[in-house]
Design a protein around this ligand. Structure first.
Ligand code: AMP
Length: 408
């Protein structure tokens, strides 16, 4: 993308922020009610953590018996149901969300009728890859070289310009590797275009240079309503079939890179004037370069390790940030490996984590089990996770290997 265009998008996001932007900070002490748009596992863990501090919660979710609704009162209605959103606003002192594809109209309505310290500008930015990249660059943080693409001819020109291999992605709606294709040879361009933009008249796509990364890491940063900023130690993330499998903390990269990763994440959260948590996913190259890949303005799967391994969990930090309390200490108390429990792992993982497990005893590991209470277990569906507290992350990884549960 040409620089002027990037600046125009960043200016648009800024104008949007000014238009719909964050309300002046209010400090909300325990006893106040936090409304959560979305009733999945992130809302549930936020509610469990915030309830321990004395906050009350109410969630809005279309599914009966949603994970969050099992631990808090729930309004059961579609996310774009205006009356339900109004009821959420009426019952809450502050509103947050646990997913980013919040309907723009509902976000505006909530901001008008209640206190939404996160505003809607950050959602607007992170819902679109081009706006997100422009905002990251505006904060002075590197992203993989990229071009905006709207036609096959533009794709061919962009590929010639960037050089292959590249990754073609939809600007909106893609997640967990969906809506994207890796292109290694010029003859793959047309098929990738058809795959990523099937039927779209003027598709909005992004072509990114393929980064031959050594590993992927993420940093969860928090900014409170009054501007205090802190970040958690970087997690090294291993994906299987594009779904997060393991987070390893400390990440197995030099401390200097860990420090730089935290600095970049803090720069982004400050630059965007975000409130609440911002998960920042990055690639680390062999040369120690860092490129930011994606942002998520909410608690993140790769931050679940904080629940048992840090002084403050990401969920408590989010509550503190939106309620304008001082942010909690983010120090890591112990090495940890977080392993996700998908539908196909559920029974074995519960058994391994809850019953006597010789291997865990031998390795000196404490497995901390978190199950989300989803009523239907499916292959590939996130049902829970286990935080393996260990003396060395190598021991946690051996346990994952030896339990033989995660091979399918
Ligand atoms: P995303 O949907 O952008 O999070 O991408 C999903 C996964 O695809 C990432 O976790 C990476 O493993 C891989 N990926 C995405 N973009 C790139 C890139 N530019 N270079 C190399 N791998 C990438």
């Amino acid at each position: 993308m040409v620089k002027a265009e990037g600046e125009a998008i960043a200016a648009g996001a800024e104008a949007q922020r000014e238009e719909t932007g964050a309300q002046p900070p209010r400090t909300l002490l325990p006893g106040a009610t936090i409304g959560v748009l979305g009733g999945g596992q992130l809302g549930r863990m936020m509610a469990l953590s915030g309830s321990a501090m004395g906050y009350r919660f109410v969630a809005l979710d279309p599914a009966k018996d949603a994970p969050c609704g099992q631990v808090t009162p729930q309004i059961t209605a579609a996310y774009n149901d205006r009356d339900a959103a109004r009821e959420l606003a009426r019952r809450s002192d502050v509103i947050t969300y646990e997913f980013e594809n919040v309907d723009a109209g509902v976000a505006a309505l909530l901001a008008e009728e209640s206190y939404v310290p996160q505003g809607s500008a950050l959602l607007y930015t992170t819902q679109h890859r081009l706006r997100e990249k422009a905002a990251i660059e505006a904060a002075g943080v590197p992203v993989a070289p990229y071009r905006k693409v709207g036609s096959l001819a533009e794709l061919e020109a962009a590929a010639a310009d960037l050089g292959l291999p590249c990754v073609l992605k939809t600007a909106t709606g893609g997640y967990d590797g969906k809506g994207q294709a890796v292109i290694r040879r010029p003859e793959e361009l047309a098929a990738a275009f058809r795959q990523v933009a099937p039927g779209a008249q003027v598709p909005e796509l992004v072509l990114e240079k393929f980064i031959a990364f050594q590993c992927e890491i993420s940093v969860i940063a928090a900014r409170s309503a009054s501007g205090e900023v802190k970040s958690f130690p970087p997690a090294e993330n291993i994906h299987v079939d594009n779904i997060l499998h393991l987070s390893i903390v400390p990440a197995r990269v030099p401390e200097e890179i860990q420090r730089r990763a935290c600095e970049l994440a803090e720069r982004i959260v400050s630059g965007m004037k975000a409130v609440g948590l911002l998960a920042v996913e990055m690639f680390v190259t062999e040369d120690g370069e860092l490129f930011v890949n994606e942002l998520a303005p909410r608690p993140h799967n790769s931050g679940h390790y904080t629940m048992d391994a840090c002084v403050t969990s990401q969920f408590e930090q989010h509550v503190r940030a939106i309620c304008n309390l001082p942010l909690g200490d983010t120090k890591l108390l112990t090495p940890v490996v977080m392993v996700n429990v998908l539908g196909q792992h559920l029974d074995g993982a519960v058994q391994a984590a809850c019953c006597a497990n010789e291997e865990a005893t031998r390795l000196g590991i404490s497995p901390k089990l978190h199950i989300y209470g989803k009523t239907e277990s499916k292959t590939g569906r996130k049902m829970g996770h286990i935080n393996l507290l260990c003396k060395d992350t190598g021991d946690g990884l051996s346990w994952v290997e030896q339990t033989n549960l995660w091979r399918n």
